[in-house]
Design a protein around this ligand. Structure first.
Ligand SMILES: Nc1ncnc2c1ncn2[C@@H]1O[C@H](COP(=O)(O)OP(=O)(O)OP(=O)(O)O)[C@@H](O)[C@H]1O
Ligand SMILES: [Mg+2]
Length: 505
C-alpha cells in the first residue's frame, strides 16, 4: 500500500483534554477512508492536524513519504492537502464562484476573471450541484454552502481531501452525489478522509475505516470486515443500539393547541400552511431538504414575516412577531445552523445556556449564581456534554458537543412550544438516545414539540402525527404509529420506491 498521508504517534492536548493520544495511522493513495467515533473522540482534531490547522504537540506527519515540517494550511495546500472543516469557512459577501476559487486566482477590482467561469462550469459538470455562481454565499442555505466548500476543494485539485461531516446538511440525493464524487476522486488517485456519523454511509462508500475513541485509534479495518454494530461497539467500548423511547401519551382529544398556523404564506417558501401543535404533543415535519420545513419553523418562530394567514399562540393571534418576542411568549427553537444562530462561541458554556433565562434565576432582581450553575450543570450532565465544563468557551467543544450545549440552552427555559430543526445532526449514537429521551420527557411535561428531521426513523419514532411537506405546502398527514419510512419516502418523492414495485398501489 502506497501511503498518501501517515501520522505517527501524533498527540495534541487542549488544556486538560488529550484530544489526540499517540495516534498512528496511514491513509493510502486513492482510497476513501472513513473516520468514525463519538463526539469529542478527536476526529476533527486529527483532520485539522493533517490539514495544517493545528500543530500537534508531538509526533510526525508524512505526506507522500515526506516528513512535514512547520506545517500550516498554506504549506498543506501546496502539498495537495485540503480540509473541508466541520465549521464551514466561506466569505459570505463573495459569490459562489469567487469562494470556489478563493486564494487560487487573482481578482481584478472585485471582478472574477472570465477564464474562471469556464473553469467553474467544468467543476459544475463534475458536481452537478446547480448552484448560481453569482449569488453571494451568505444568501445560501447551509446545505448549499456545504456544496460550495466541496467545489472549492475540487478546484484546488487536492490529492488528499479531509471531509469533516460534509453531508450533515445534504439531502439523501445530494449525499449520494457526494459519494459519487468521492468514487470519482478515488479513481483519479485522490485520497479522501471521510469523517461522518452516518455509519451506513461509511460501510457503503469507504474502502477502510478507522474507529477513534478518547483520542486514540481503536482499529483500522477494511469496511468489508465491519458492520454497523461492530463499529458502534468499537466507538463506545460496549455494544449499544440507538433506542427510540416510547412515545408519550398523546394529549386528550379536544385539548386546545398551544400553537397554530392558519393558511400562512411567507415569501415563496411557505405557501398556505395550516398546522397545530397541542401541549404535550410531538408533531413531525417530514420533507426533503429545501421542501420548506425549516422555513415553516422560521415563520412560526417569528424569524420570517407572515405575508398572509395567521399564527396563534396560546389562543391569541400573534402580531409583531420576532424571535425575541417569541421567546418572551414561551417559544424556543433549536435552529438548523447551530453556529450562526444558536451559540456565542467565544463565551463560556454556562453563559450560553443560561443567557436567555436569567430572569428565572433572579429573586428580587438579584441573580442567583448558585441556582443558575446547578440547573445548567444538571442539564450538561444529562446530555452527556464532554468535557462537562461550565466555564470554558463553547468554541472548544467538538461539533457534537456544541449541539448538546445548544439543546441545554433551550431546555432550561421549559418552553410551551419547542421547535427542533434537525436536533440530532452531528451527535453521536449515545447522545442521540439521550436527546430522544429528553424530547419525550419535555413533551410529557406538557411542552408542545414541532420536530423537523431528515432522519425519517426519528420523525416516525417520536412524533404523534407527521405532516408531509413539499414545495412549501403540507401535502398530507399521517399518524406516526402506522407510518413506515418507505411510505413516507414514497409520498415525499411522489415516485414509486423500489420497495413498492409489484405491491398494491
Ligand atoms: N480548540 C480547542 N480548544 C480546546 N479543546 C478542544 C479544541 N478543539 C477540540 N478540543 C477538544 O478536543 C476533543 C476532541 O475534539 P474533536 O473536535 O476532535 O472531536 P470530534 O471527534 O471531531 O467530535 P464531533 O463528532 O463532536 O465533531 C474534545 O474534547 C474537544 O472538546
Ligand atoms: Mg468533529
Amino acid at each position: 500500500m502506497q501511503a498518501a498521508a501517515t501520522v505517527r504517534a501524533l498527540s495534541k492536548r487542549f488544556g486538560s483534554t488529550q484530544a489526540l493520544d499517540s495516534v498512528s495511522l496511514s491513509f493510502a493513495v486513492g482510497e476513501v477512508h472513513g473516520l468514525v467515533g463519538e463526539n469529542g473522540a478527536g476526529k476533527s482534531t486529527l483532520g485539522k492536524a493533517i490539514g495544517g490547522l493545528y500543530h500537534p504537540d508531538s509526533g510526525d506527519i508524512e505526506i507522500f513519504g515526506h516528513a512535514v515540517r512547520r506545517w500550516d494550511t498554506r504549506r498543506a495546500q501546496e502539498a495537495g492537502v485540503v480540509l473541508i472543516a466541520q465549521e464551514l469557512c466561506l466569505v459570505p459577501d463573495l459569490t459562489v464562484a469567487e469562494n470556489v476559487f478563493l486564494g487560487r486566482e487573482k481578482r481584478t477590482f472585485g471582478v472574477l476573471h472570465p477564464g474562471l467561469l469556464g473553469r467553474y462550469r467544468e467543476l459544475e459538470q463534475v458536481c452537478g450541484f446547480g448552484l448560481p455562481p453569482d449569488a453571494p454565499v451568505g444568501t445560501l442555505s447551509i446545505a448549499d454552502q456545504q456544496k460550495v466548500e466541496i467545489m472549492r476543494a475540487l478546484a484546488r485539485e487536492a490529492r488528499i481531501i479531509v471531509m469533516d461531516e460534509p453531508t450533515s446538511s445534504l439531502t439523501a440525493d445530494e449525499a449520494g452525489r457526494l459519494h459519487e464524487i468521492m468514487r470519482w476522486l478515488r479513481s483519479r488517485g485522490t485520497t479522501v478522509i471521510y469523517v461522518t456519523h452516518f455509519l451506513d454511509d461509511v460501510l457503503a462508500n469507504c474502502d477502510r475505516v478507522t474507529v477513534m475513541r478518547d483520542g486514540r485509534v481503536i482499529r483500522t479495518a477494511p469496511t468489508a470486515a465491519e458492520t454497523k454494530a461492530s463499529l458502534v461497539e468499537a466507538m463506545l467500548g460496549e455494544p449499544a443500539d440507538v433506542l427510540l423511547p416510547e412515545r408519550p401519551a398523546p394529549p386528550p382529544p379536544g385539548t386546545p393547541p398551544v400553537a397554530e398556523m392558519r393558511e400562512v404564506h411567507s415569501g415563496t417558501a411557505v405557501r398556505g400552511v395550516s398546522l397545530l401543535v397541542r401541549p404535550g404533543e410531538i408533531v413531525g415535519l417530514a420533507g426533503l431538504v429545501g421542501s420548506g420545513r425549516t422555513e415553516i419553523a422560521r415563520v412560526l418562530f417569528g424569524c420570517d414575516p407572515v405575508d398572509a394567514g395567521q399564527i396563534l399562540f396560546r389562543g391569541a393571534a400573534v402580531t409583531g412577531a420576532s424571535p425575541r418576542a417569541s421567546i418572551a411568549r414561551g417559544m424556543a427553537m433549536i435552529p438548523e445552523d447551530r453556529r450562526a444562530q444558536g451559540l456565542v462561541l467565544l463565551r463560556p458554556t454556562l453563559e450560553n445556556v443560561s443567557l436567555p433565562h436569567l430572569g428565572g434565576f433572579s429573586r428580587a432582581g438579584v441573580l442567583s449564581r448558585r441556582a443558575e450553575r446547578a440547573a445548567v450543570s444538571e442539564l450538561i450532565e444529562r446530555l452527556g456534554v464532554r468535557p462537562a465544563e461550565l466555564d470554558g468557551d463553547v468554541a472548544v467543544y467538538s461539533g457534537g458537543n456544541q449541539q448538546k450545549v445548544l439543546f441545554a440552552k433551550w431546555l432550561l427555559g421549559a418552553p410551551a412550544l419547542l421547535i427542533l430543526d434537525e436536533p440530532t445532526r452531528g451527535v453521536d449514537v449515545g447522545a442521540k438516545s439521550r436527546i430522544y429521551q429528553l424530547i419525550v420527557e419535555i413533551a410529557q411535561a406538557g411542552t408542545g414539540v414541532l420536530l423537523i428531521s431528515s432522519e425519517l426513523e426519528e420523525v416516525i419514532g417520536l412524533s404523534h402525527r407527521v405532516h408531509l411537506v413539499r414545495g412549501g405546502s403540507i401535502i398530507g398527514e399521517v399518524p406516526a404509529k402506522d407510518a413506515t419510512v418507505d411510505d413516507l419516502l414514497q409520498r415525499l418523492f411522489d415516485v414509486p420506491t423500489s420497495a413498492s414495485t409489484g405491491g398494491t398501489p
